[in-house]
Design a protein around this ligand. Structure first.
Ligand code: AMP
Length: 628
């Protein structure tokens, strides 16, 4: 993600000073809307002066849905018609929603096809896009009421790890709510913008976001007006709730509560632990009293109890620094996001780790919405002097399948977007007139270990010998992380392209798993890739020599023929034995043995070409579609 000046000659016409644009933090637990008015950014409240809108929707038959606090209250009596944390469902298939919904709270509409999930409610089937749109609709209404005018647009924030499908569904939800999305903005970028870090000349910023249930770390770099994400990392199963659990377990054991606790007692204990945790944010020591047990707990003891959790957050920071190839002393600022970062024990641990205090003076629950509000103001043109375009990174590598079912990465993970990268490929077979392009996402070497995004075909390649055609494959990721892939045969300018409507189902958890798997399998994957490439090279050489012998066998002496046949047999044996070093040696050996034959063929065909005959006259076209 980066701040890049939009270079329009003469600049964009300045919008009237009253253009209405807002920033929206569409959160898992709570959502907020912010607007830059009169030089400062404000969170817009509802009639009851509540700024946070719980991201909960309750559906009722024949009536408008309830959103926010009322929906949260309704969840207690009618959980089946109440949808919370819908952000976690964005981009998921029906099967994935059922598998994560262990309590079976959601009834899914079985009449829909597998890819399009819909939750059955009293108001009919609702998909995650619709539910998100209902939340956004309330924020739009709130903003238009506060600002007394129609909104011209909004900047909506999304987690840095959101994939294309999740980003697209966020956009779809906004459109459904009647919102013009000025752009989607990564949450950590918004947080850094809120602190005005984009106006510095240069510097590196770590955004440490610890919410109720998830933890995200992003490393942003600022260079002369360009602000980009160098790396991201996180833990989907780490948040404020875990600190409550640690405390509850400790109290249960100290107070010698009966185990296991029944559901009611467990709920009461968790509630108490949460209160104690909050108290320890303002008081150094808290007097505990639960059932007939009492004790004192101070911050240091609490920090010791939570040591493992804190270490996990710092280990993630360490990994992100390593991914970005930066050391601790290269970090200039640390921004805290999420309610848990109010805890002094977290602030101290972060300060100790980075060797400098984090920035804390903006409310960590509002910092993302505030940054989005500032950005919306810039994009709508109210801030005429500087128009910035914020860039993000793609969280997983994007590439295509090549022969041997191998992955060729075109845009590596953590590349700043928007980005366009192209690479040339060629045909594998003689007279190959079509090429299948299989777009994949992931870090592994084998296609089967990556995520398949799309397949399309480039047809009408003029028949040529294998390796002669040139096909340029261009990957373009736009500012919202949407991917377009184009393949062009360069001699005829024949093109085929696809806008990846990515399949459902990648979330922070699966990204983490994919990265973990790629680290674990790095060595064996490389070995496998080396072997596959060697086998492929051997197969191509054997294929070429066999075809050439069929066409120009007359150029071969008997003993040459025998040497070549023996060379082929040895190479085929090594291929079957899967020994890549031996395959390399024998491929080179076969190349040497057949080099005279190749030279004689070349002379013959150059002579023919000079006489106006075609090489293709002698060869047999093979109509087939292969990977590049
Ligand atoms: P969020 O999703 O960002 O609202 O984070 C919610 C989490 O932050 C919950 O686990 C809260 O208990 C925790 N939290 C909020 N405020 C405080 C505070 N002052 N001290 C400790 N934890 C807090």
């Amino acid at each position: 993600m980066a701040l890049l000046k939009i270079s329009e000659p003469g600049g964009r016409p300045a919008a009237p000073a009253h253009s209405l644009a807002v920033g929206i933090d569409l959160g898992t637990t709570n959502s907020l809307v912010a607007c830059s008015c009169g030089g400062s950014v404000q969170i817009l409240p509802d009639h009851a002066k509540h700024e946070l809108l719980p991201s909960v929707v309750h559906y009722r038959e024949g009536q408008a849905p309830l959103v926010g606090e009322q929906a949260k209250a309704a969840a207690l009596v009618d959980p089946g018609n109440t949808i919370a944390s819908v952000k976690r469902l964005l981009g998921m298939s029906a099967a994935e929603i059922s598998s994560m919904d262990r309590v079976g709270r959601y009834r899914l509409d079985a009449t829909r096809d597998a890819g399009a999930p819909a939750i059955l409610t009293a108001a009919g089937p609702k998909d995650p896009v619709q539910v998100s749109a209902d939340i956004l609709g309330v924020l739009v209404e709130r903003a238009e009421g506060c600002l007394r005018g129609k909104l011209e647009g909004a900047v909506v924030t999304v987690p840095a790890y959101f994939n294309d499908a999740q980003r697209q569904q966020t956009r779809d939800a906004a459109r459904l709510a009647g919102l013009n999305v000025l752009r989607l903005l990564n949450e950590p970028t918004a947080a850094a913008v809120a602190y005005g870090l984009d106006s510095q000349d240069q510097g590196n910023v770590v955004v440490f976001d610890l919410g109720g249930g998830t933890f995200d770390v992003s490393l942003l770099s600022m260079q002369k007006g360009v602000f980009e994400v160098l790396a991201t990392g996180g833990d989907t199963a780490l948040g404020g709730d875990d600190f409550d659990h640690v405390l509850a377990d400790w109290i249960a054991s100290r107070a010698e509560l009966d185990k296991p606790l029944d559901a009611l007692s467990h709920g009461a204990l968790m509630h108490y632990a949460n209160e104690v945790k909050h108290s320890l944010s303002s008081d150094e020591t808290v007097a505990l009293s639960y059932a007939d047990w009492s004790a004192q707990l101070d911050r240091q003891q609490f920090a010791d109890l939570c040591k493992d959790l804190i270490t996990r957050t710092l280990n993630t920071c360490r990994r992100v620094l390593r991914d970005a190839a930066l050391t601790l002393d290269a970090i200039d600022n640390i921004v805290l996001v999420g309610g848990v970062t109010r805890m002094p024990i977290i602030r101290e641990a972060v300060a100790d780790f980075f060797g400098k205090p984090p920035l804390t003076n903006i409310d960590p629950d509002k910092v993302v919405a505030i940054g989005a509000g500032i950005q919306a103001d810039v994009l709508i043109g109210n801030k005429s002097a500087d128009n910035f375009l914020l860039l993000d990174v793609n969280p997983l590598s994007l590439g295509i399948e090549t022969m041997g079912e191998l992955t060729e990465k075109i845009i590596p993970r953590n590349t700043t977007v928007p980005v366009t990268r192209a690479q040339e490929f060629t045909t594998f077979k003689d007279s190959q007139t079509a090429m299948t392009l299989h777009v994949v996402q992931g870090e592994r070497e084998l296609v089967s270990d990556c995520r398949s995004l799309a397949r399309f075909e480039l047809r009408g390649i003029p028949p040529m010998v294998a390796g002669a055609a040139k096909v340029r494959v261009t990957f373009q990721v736009d500012a919202d992380g949407l991917l377009s892939v184009m393949a062009e045969e360069l001699s005829t300018s024949k093109t085929a392209q696809i806008q990846v409507k990515p399949s459902y189902g990648l979330n922070a958890g699966s990204i983490e798993q994919m990265l973990k798997a790629s680290h674990e399998h790095a060595e064996s994957d490389m070995e496998l890739r080396t072997l596959k490439e060697a086998q492929l090279e051997a197969a191509q050489l054997i294929d070429a020599i066999t075809t050439a012998s069929e066409v120009d066998g007359k150029l071969l002496e008997e003993h040459d023929s025998q040497r070549i046949a023996a060379g082929i047999a040895r190479l085929e044996e090594a291929v079957a034995e899967e020994n890549s070093v031996r395959i390399h040696e024998l491929t080179e050996q076969l190349n040497r043995i057949s080099s005279d034959f190749a030279a004689r063929r070349m002379d013959l065909h150059i002579g023919k070409a000079l006489r106006g005959e075609s090489i293709d006259d002698a060869e047999h076209p093979a109509e087939s579609s292969e990977s590049p």
